[in-house]
Write a protein that binds this ligand. Structure first.
Ligand SMILES: Nc1ncnc2c1ncn2[C@@H]1O[C@H](COP(=O)(O)OP(=O)(O)OP(=O)(O)O)[C@@H](O)[C@H]1O
Ligand SMILES: [Mg+2]
Length: 403
């Protein structure tokens, strides 16, 4: 493996020597230059000292963010990591918009530093490989139609948004040749990765670091493939990053994914809030999940009224009754009357199989394809796809044995 060439731009002498000390023990890192200011760093690069990765302290004379912007514009193949003294929204945004691949808060551990350098370098390499391999026909590749956005929502927690979005995404993939992506927009507590037994290497935060360069090939490199054929854009491993995600980011992400995928299924948090607004605006179908209990119905009624007051198109809203139980005192007809809306799909409750699927990290439609609840998902998926487009063979795919 080629050694990663690193330049350190830090004017605090002690901090710089700490960083250099950390790097000197790593075999695959080669410290090629040190600088104390923007001017000195630019001189070094112009003299031909081009590193693979630059570690830039935000507080250097001349302004670290300015240096970052210049490097991104003139030497886009250099990966930049900003070093901040504290975690603040304002500086984090500045770093992201300056084009930094990562942000480290000093003091950090040697492992954190080395991991940030390695990861940002790998990402850049991947980006370059993609750019090289991208034939011009692919560059302009456009699907004949934009992918459908299916947003799964409810302001009530625990009604099954994550359960429905994951199993629906997998069912769609099983019943078509179409490409399906699942986005976890439950930014604070997202657990679609858990439901799919995936340890995400990348999350939505990594995509946001690249938001200015985002295209369909780049975003694909951050998606995690699942054996069902779907891809996942996972929520953040570090919930504090959620603070830096805004509606503009989410809009860009959804639009780019729509160009590359036929179905974009979105798992939502249990509340309305600004950053996830685009998942409503861009939705072709908005699945509102309800259950047969008074508290949820009240909650749903209020949400539907809120959507109505926001002029959300009523025809896009589809009611899904989850955890349906025939024994319940509240019947599906009562749900429809209370919410003044027809039920589009019914997913029965099956606590034994659903909890076993969750524990194994295998969607119930894969683990127990013949169960009633799984067949309901197949029906729902086929209704969305349209009978003429269904490829029934894939629905029979046997699950791999669980690990
Ligand atoms: N049809 C079902 N039958 C049995 N259990 C179910 C069913 N649907 C969901 N559950 C269970 O209900 C619990 C909550 O589901 P889930 O996490 O999908 O809800 P959520 O709406 O995403 O919650 P949150 O608002 O916290 O994100 C989980 O333990 C899930 O396994
Ligand atoms: Mg959830």
């Amino acid at each position: 493996m080629d050694r990663i060439k690193v330049m350190v731009v830090e004017d605090e002498v002690e901090d710089r020597s700490t960083i250099i000390d950390y790097l000197s023990n790593v075999e695959y890192i080669n410290l090629v230059a040190e600088a104390e200011s923007v001017e000195e760093a630019v001189d070094l690069i112009e003299e031909g000292e081009t590193p693979d990765v630059m570690l830039i302290s935000a507080l250097i004379p001349g302004d670290g963010y300015k240096l970052a912007e210049k490097v991104v514009a003139d030497y886009p193949w250099i990966s930049m990591i900003m070093v901040e003294r504290e975690l603040k929204e304002e500086t984090m945004r500045k770093a992201i918009f300056a084009g930094a691949k990562d942000v480290l808060i000093f003091p950090f551990t040697p492992a954190k530093l080395v991991d940030a350098i390695y990861r940002s370098h790998q990402l850049e390499k991947k980006k370059q490989t993609l750019a090289r391999e991208k034939p011009s026909a692919v560059k302009t590749r456009k699907k004949s139609r934009q992918g459908q956005v299916i947003t799964v929502f409810s302001t009530k927690g625990g009604v099954g948004k994550t359960f429905v979005s994951t199993n629906l995404a997998v069912s769609l993939a099983q019943n078509t040749e179409d490409k399906v992506v699942l986005i976890d927009l439950d930014l604070d507590f997202g657990n679609t990765a858990l439901a799919l037994n995936i340890m995400p290497r990348y999350t939505i935060s990594d995509v946001i670091n690249e938001i200015r360069n985002l295209d369909q090939d780049l975003i694909e490199s951050y998606l995690i493939p699942h054996r069902s054929g779907i891809k996942l854009l996972a929520a953040n491993a570090q919930p504090q990053m959620a603070e830096f995600i805004n509606a503009e980011h989410i809009e860009i992400i959804i639009k780019v994914l729509q160009t590359a995928f036929d179905y974009v299924v979105v798992d939502m948090p249990a509340r309305f809030y600004d950053p996830v607004d685009p998942a409503f605006h861009e939705a072709d179908l908005l699945f509102m999940i309800t259950t047969q209990d008074v508290a949820t119905l009240r909650n749903l009624k209020a949400s539907l009224a809120a959507l109505n007051s926001l002029n959300f198109p009523k025809h896009k809203i589809k009611l899904l009754l989850n955890k349906a139980e025939t024994r319940s005192e509240i019947k599906p007809k009562d749900v429809e009357t209370t919410l003044n809306s027809e039920i589009y799909g019914v997913l029965p409750a099956d606590y034994k199989l659903v909890s076993s699927s969750l524990n194994k990290g295998i969607p119930v439609v894969l683990l127990y394809p013949r169960a009633k609840v799984s067949r309901s998902f197949q029906e729902l998926a086929r209704r969305i796809i349209g009978d003429e487009n269904v490829i029934p063979v894939k629905a029979q795919t046997a699950p791999e044995p669980s690990k």
